[in-house]
Design a binder for this molecule. Sequence first.
Ligand code: SF4
Length: 181
Amino acid sequence: MADLVIAEDYFHDKKPVGKTSHSDGENKHFIWPVNTGKDGVAFSNDEVKAAYAEHGEEMVELGIHGTTVAVDWDSCTAEGECFAVCPVQTFQWYRTEQDIPAADCLDATFEGTGLTEAGEKLDKSDKSQPIREHDCTICMACQEACPRGAILIDQANLEWHEKADGTFVKMEGSGGPHSHD
Ligand code: SF4
């Protein structure tokens, strides 16, 4: 397994910079501040850079998409391993639903109609979008499979999603991840 690029406590002192909503009106995944940024492997990957050039788009820092299923988009090089192993199709190739600059996913709404097979990316500038984060079974397979270490799976981070969403309920005396602010 590759070294993970998202620290275990990454979310603890962060606020989201935006979100991508699901058109079902119920679900969303938050977008978090830049983590690896320009040090992320996407910025030095020739195929990714060529795909951006083909689109006529500037490569900008994209941050982390998702919270319990957290994908560092600056480290994602569209390898597709997460698509291949996910049993519940958490991920979609965002460009196969909306071919827009990745930065414009911030505060956009997606229907979840993008392609979900490993080899179906539009090109190497596409990204693994955790559009069905809410369906994740925390099997850990994608975290283990990602050759870039770009995915962190942690059910305990639901706390930070719920706090961002305004739905967090403090559980008195549980001792679990919901027991503190
Ligand atoms: S942890 Fe398992 S179910 Fe969740 S997104 Fe990864 S592969 Fe899919």
